[in-house]
Write a protein that binds this ligand. Structure first.
Ligand SMILES: *[C@@H]1O[C@H](CO)[C@@H](O)[C@H](O)[C@H]1NC(C)=O
Ligand SMILES: *[C@@H]1O[C@H](CO)[C@@H](O)[C@H](O)[C@H]1NC(C)=O
Ligand SMILES: *[C@@H]1O[C@H](CO)[C@@H](O)[C@H](O)[C@H]1NC(C)=O
Ligand SMILES: *[C@@H]1O[C@H](CO)[C@@H](O)[C@H](O)[C@H]1NC(C)=O
Ligand SMILES: *[C@@H]1O[C@H](CO)[C@@H](O)[C@H](O)[C@H]1NC(C)=O
Length: 593
């Protein structure tokens, strides 16, 4: 090439994006300084500034996230024709990113077009083959209405953007089996290689008279698949399950992931359970010779741990070899009314991408926003409040409250005064958070943050902790209380709650809270990511006013604040141009240079 050695830079300035085409034709998208938060114009009160959303329309499950040739690819269940769930029209939306923060929209990767997906391209996963090229497995709803599993390959694996995908004629590769109802068979996982060199995938199903199942299929070529006689896991009582995932985790406490085929001492099985609309996971032992999984916990998946104790479903993770980590995404749906969605023109967001790893205790996953999110941190406020006394409220002034990242470390008062826990409370932390909201005083707590608060405090969302005593042990309850989140009618305002699985005494009475506030999302990580609660909020005051942030304590014992940092978050470039155009045209224009 004439330009050998000199990268060709094509910058589309107003789009904050540079494309660098190097001689090897590898392409890099470099986001330039993002918008300052305040500059964004025309932003609807509830549209997010740095969570993933398409420019418009309906989105649900994350699909096939992967890292390929220097780019992150994110696909998602998308209705190109409307704001409601597009039964029959569901497609795979497609965006790419260099940093998991700024995203550029491409054309849909998969759309219903063939007999084997005529009624929808449903959820699925990416697998990176040993030669580095990806293959997709996805559920098609075929012309008869059966759920079948299909494969798709990039048309040109050298195209850095992987814009075009080919669905081979021989699809479906797995038709619905005889013992499964046509609409109970879906969501193939990322494939992993056994020591025998044969690929395995997990597919969710409901087997007649047996229950929800995670079936295992094996293949050498992604074309011919054979089902194992025994499922990996059977949920007798739970009904249909969805979006299964099995992945290895590193030694307890080591903050790296292992690729899907990596030999890990332990594995995590994750499932989305339809009857509770929640995502559960358990750590266990997977034997790849026998294809068996033994959970190190209760048999009933509905009593496993939850990835998020708020409003998140259908999560999916991928291994990111560029940073040797596993990253999780989850769908957070709207919870006001469909007519509100229609006015807004969109429905559904994704959580921030979260790094996940196995805690030192070997039982629970820890989750933390990927470090790239911190590139959006702009104005910083470092508040020195030595103590918050009983009934105290301190405002965090100087950042835009609706678009913030707050990290606070609390030191609790002497624990011997903690309220006594009634044992049955352990079974239902969500109800306990309902009974003991932020306005119910206690001994050690409630203390925490008030976010998305109106100036008159009529509206606010409380994220807080309460510590209880049980015999000579202490239990930390974490809640997100939405009861005062909005004065609007018709908005879903449940309490959310979880026990943070940590020994607060051994931690010297120290507990941290990080909350990402993004207009209609309040995404919180308690105890260093041991418990996560994502909530959707729709306060009325955002139409005309600013949102405020506070630290509060409604416990009788004074709480020390060891540190408190709050950052205003810049607006990321997420699929939308300032003038509302979809970014794909700019990407192809820049590509044409
Ligand atoms: C934002 O959404 C509300 C309803 O949710 C609507 O009344 C308003 O017109 C929208 N504003 C803009 C700028 O789109
Ligand atoms: C599906 O697409 C067709 C054709 O574009 C459209 O008429 C129909 O309303 C769509 N259905 C949904 C649920 O969006
Ligand atoms: C595949 O993509 C590469 C990189 O963009 C390009 O150079 C090549 O011409 C493409 N091949 C075909 C057959 O389109
Ligand atoms: C979506 O939100 C509603 C609340 O509006 C909730 O009841 C429902 O279970 C949610 N669905 C999913 C799939 O998360
Ligand atoms: C703290 O408790 C008092 C008394 O119940 C109540 O008026 C106040 O609203 C509470 N604070 C919060 C943040 O709920």
């Amino acid at each position: 090439m004439a330009m050998a050695g000199l990268p060709l830079a094509a910058c589309v300035a107003f789009f904050h994006l540079c494309l660098l085409l190097s001689p090897s034709s590898s392409l890099r998208l470099l986001p330039v300084a993002p918008d300052a938060a305040g500059e964004s114009t025309g932003r609807n009160g509830s549209r997010t500034a740095y969570h993933f959303q398409p420019a418009k329309n309906w989105m649900n499950d994350p699909n096939g996230p992967m890292y390929h040739n220097g780019l992150y690819h994110f696909f998602y269940q998308y209705n190109p024709d409307g704001v409601t769930w597009g039964n029959g029209n569901l497609s795979w939306g497609h965006s790419v990113s260099v940093d998991l923060v700024n995203w550029f929209a491409l054309d849909a990767a998969l759309q219903p077009s063939r007999s084997f997906d005529a009624n929808g391209c449903w959820s699925g996963s990416a697998t990176i083959l040993p030669d580095g090229s990806p293959v997709m497995l996805y559920t098609g709803i075929d012309a008869r209405g059966d759920q079948v599993q299909n494969v798709a390959y990039p048309k040109n694996a050298s195209d850095p953007l992987l814009v075009d995908w080919v669905k081979p004629e021989y699809n479906p590769v797995i038709p619905v089996p005889a013992d499964i109802k046509r609409d109970d068979f879906r969501d193939p996982s990322t494939a992993w290689l056994g020591a025998d060199g044969v690929w395995r995938i997990a597919v969710a199903a409901r087997v007649h008279d047996v229950g929800g199942a995670t079936l295992i299929y094996r293949s050498k070529d992604f074309l011919r698949w054979e089902r194992n006689a025994d499922p990996l896991y059977l949920a007798h009582a739970a009904g249909m399950v969805e979006c299964p995932d099995l992945f290895p985790v590193s030694e307890p406490g080591v903050e790296v992931g292992l690729p899907a085929s990596g030999a890990g001492a332990r594995h995590v099985l994750k499932m989305s359970v339809m009857d509770t609309v929640q995502d559960y996971y358990v750590v266990g032992r997977y034997d790849d010779a026998a294809d068996t999984f033994v959970p190190e916990d209760d048999e009933d998946c509905r009593s496993w741990r939850r990835l998020d104790y708020g409003h998140v479903y259908a999560s999916k993770s991928f291994f990111d070899p560029s940073k040797n980590r596993r990253v999780l995404w989850g769908w957070a749906n709207e919870s006001d009314s469909v007519s509100d969605d229609l006015v807004r023109g969109w429905s559904g967001v994704q959580t921030v991408p979260r790094k996940i790893w196995l805690d030192e205790d070997g039982k629970q996953l820890r989750q933390w926003p990927v470090e790239e999110i911190e590139t959006l941190r702009s104005k910083r406020v470092n508040l020195l409040i030595p103590e918050v006394n009983a009934g105290g409220v301190n405002e965090i002034i100087g950042v835009m409250g609706a678009q913030a990242d707050v990290e606070v470390v609390f030191e609790v008062p002497p624990l011997e005064h903690a309220d006594v826990l009634e044992p049955n409370w352990l079974l239902d932390p969500q109800s306990l958070c309902g009974e003991k909201g932020a306005s119910v005083p206690g001994s050690v707590g409630p203390f925490g943050l008030l976010v998305m608060a109106s100036g008159d405090m009529q509206e606010h969302t409380a994220v807080f902790f309460r510590v209880f005593r049980q015999n000579d042990k202490y239990k930390v309850l974490m809640c997100t209380d939405l009861s005062r989140s909005s004065t609007r009618d018709g908005v879903y305002k449940p309490p959310y709650g979880a026990f943070v699985d940590m020994d607060i005494e051994a931690h010297g009475g120290i507990i941290s809270l990080r909350t990402l506030v993004d207009h209609s999302v309040v995404e919180s990580f308690g105890g260093g990511g041991r418990a996560c609660i994502t909530a959707r909020v729709y306060p009325d005051h955002v139409v005309n006013g600013n949102s405020h942030l506070y630290v509060f304590n409604n416990g009788t014992g004074a709480v020390k604040v060891s540190s408190l940092d709050a950052w205003e978050m810049a607006t990321a470039t997420v699929n939308v141009l300032p003038d509302g155009l979809i970014a794909a045209s700019s990407v192809s224009r820049a590509q044409a240079y």
